[in-house]
Design a binder for this molecule. Structure first.
Ligand SMILES: Nc1ncnc2c1ncn2[C@@H]1O[C@H](COP(=O)(O)OP(=O)(O)OP(=O)(O)O)[C@@H](O)[C@H]1O
Length: 300
């Protein structure tokens, strides 16, 4: 069942079309990623979902509610962590949690939430004294404090060190496992590939692809690459004839075959059948990076 439905969404700032006919549906219980280069329209799209921006055209429904017309209902089901978050430098973690909890009719237990997010020992710390990772955890807590059924996380791990980023990924998975649907805006490929059940790739205000991470990778022209130095001379035409072989090249004695996983198996069988040893064998799978570059024509 779709918990977020966006159809035919348009939003311009003056002459600039930020979102140009975007449609997608987020299913209950999934982590749905919105991925794209800077300025692609990701934040504008999620701001329309959150009711923070009024679409020029098109419709948005969150749990059946219009985020602008049914603002109160959407606030009860949707929690948001905004891309640029700030709080009063002197407010403490506990004061913040209590303040936000008071805004909701049925808030989560903020102490349990602080415990779950690993900031229970920071309740008396002032916001300005928190590390980047602790601030992010606090913002996730604030997004969850109203007991939402869907949470929007925008560029959550930007600026975090690799360990804090991985810890945050685990938190996002825990949130999903607790039954909350996650709409995640990111431009980190590894994050999208690891976390998202499905990804909408947005470029210049339009969705260029919408699929599972492996589905997107499967669309890339880069495919899988196997390279090796054969122990004895090899007739390259045999390799070209293998299933799904896209290209075969040789440079400095190293043979490079591009294709699919099926091609890799076929190359290995052919070599084994002819008693040829593959020295310095390497298999490189296409990644979401390759798919992203193919499908957006942009730099990550
Ligand atoms: N308030 C605004 N006024 C004018 N133009 C804006 C405004 N907000 C965004 N834009 C423009 O709209 C386009 C889409 O911006 P948006 O912030 O939605 O992209 P984004 O994909 O979230 O980018 P980023 O990854 O850099 O955060 C950009 O060209 C941006 O400059």
């Amino acid at each position: 069942m779709a918990i977020i439905e966006v159809s035919g969404l348009h939003k311009a700032y003056g002459d600039k079309k930020a979102v140009d006919d975007v449609s997608f549906a987020v299913e209950k219980g999934e982590i749905f990623g919105i991925l794209g280069p800077n300025g692609a329209g990701k934040t504008t799209t999620v701001e329309c979902v959150e009711g923070l921006r009024r679409p020029d055209r098109g419709s948005v429904l969150v749990a059946g509610y219009d985020p602008i017309a049914d603002r109160g209902s959407v606030t009860r089901v949707l929690g948001a962590q905004l891309q640029e978050n700030e709080l009063q430098p002197k407010i403490t973690v506990q004061e913040t949690l209590e303040l936000y909890a008071a805004c909701y009719p049925d808030p989560a237990d903020w102490r349990a939430l602080a415990e779950r997010l690993g900031i229970a020992d920071k309740l008396r710390a002032r916001f300005a004294k928190l590390s980047g990772g602790q601030k992010q955890r606090l913002f996730i807590a604030l997004a969850l404090i109203g007991n939402p059924t869907v949470v929007v996380l925008d560029e959550l791990t930007t600026g975090l060190d690799p360990r804090a980023r991985r810890d945050t990924w685990q938190l996002i998975e825990d949130i999903r496992d607790s039954g909350v649907t996650v709409l995640l805006v990111t431009h980190f490929m590894e994050e999208a590939q690891r976390l998202c059940d499905r990804i909408a790739l947005i470029d210049k205000g339009r969705i260029t692809a919408l699929d599972t991470p492996s589905g997107l990778i499967g669309r890339t022209a880069s495919g899988t690459e196997i390279s090796f130095k054969p122990s004895t001379a090899l007739d390259l035409r045999q390799l070209t004839a293998l299933p799904a072989a896209a290209s075969v090249t040789e440079k400095g004695g190293r043979v490079v075959v591009k294709g699919t996983d099926e091609t890799v198996s076929a190359v290995l069988s052919l070599l084994a059948g002819q008693g040829i040893t593959a020295h310095q064998l390497r298999v490189v799978e296409a990644s979401l990076d390759d798919a992203y570059l193919d499908l957006t024509g942009a730099d990550a």
